[in-house]
Design a protein around this ligand. Structure first.
Ligand code: ACO
Length: 159
């Protein structure tokens, strides 16, 4: 089990027999069906504060060189305190440690804060999955008053 301690917080891998933090996962991905497509063959990392899971990220292997952050979420009350950045850096560190060359993340075209955070952490746009949120979700999703249409794919090379 990998562990990393911060002040009063700890990032650790969720064991297969533990309950999934569905409330958190659903903050990043609106559909449980969509989450179910990747969650069972991914590694799930949680951040705990005083024995309570307050944040999560999910890593799925794409191929021997690439790994993807499929889901990253911080409980609403804890957002804006640097935890998202901490998780992202932890994911990059783990991917590097496991010998991957590239780490990938995808987000909505209207997800301004996420696009800001990922690019600030060195991720670069390399692809756009056109109409992803229109074709794969039954209802329109809005962020920042804008309907999500396309998935913006970003990657960071791990040197
Ligand atoms: N608007 C603009 N920028 C903001 C805001 C805001 N409301 N809040 C924080 N920021 C900035 C911060 O200032 C910081 O930038 P800085 O380093 O220049 O100061 C940067 O964003 C990161 O802030 P954190 O506090 O580390 O981010 P947070 O802990 O809130 O986590 C996250 C970010 C994961 C996106 C969180 O807000 C969240 O869980 N959102 C809901 C779920 C979600 O959208 N997940 C990502 C979907 S994509 C995917 O899962 C692959």
């Amino acid at each position: 089990m990998e562990k990393k301690e911060t002040k009063h917080q700890m990032i650790r891998q969720l064991r297969k027999d533990e309950k999934l933090p569905c409330d958190l996962l659903l903050l990043a991905d609106e559909l449980l069906e969509a989450i179910n497509k990747y969650i069972f063959d991914s590694d799930i990392y949680v951040l705990e504060q005083e024995n309570k899971v307050i944040a999560v990220y999910v890593l799925q292997l794409i191929n021997k060189n690439e790994i993807e952050i499929k889901n990253i979420a911080v409980a609403t009350d804890f957002q804006g305190q640097g935890i998202g950045k901490l998780l992202l850096r932890d994911a990059v560190c783990k991917a590097k440690g496991r010998g991957f060359r590239t780490i990938i993340i995808g987000t909505g075209d209207a997800s301004i804060k996420q696009l800001y955070l990922y690019q600030k952490e060195g991720f670069e746009v390399f692809d756009v999955k056109k109409s992803f949120f229109i074709d794969n979700y039954p209802k329109p999703i809005y962020e920042n008053g804008i309907q999500l249409k396309h998935m913006i794919m970003l990657k960071k090379e791990l040197k």
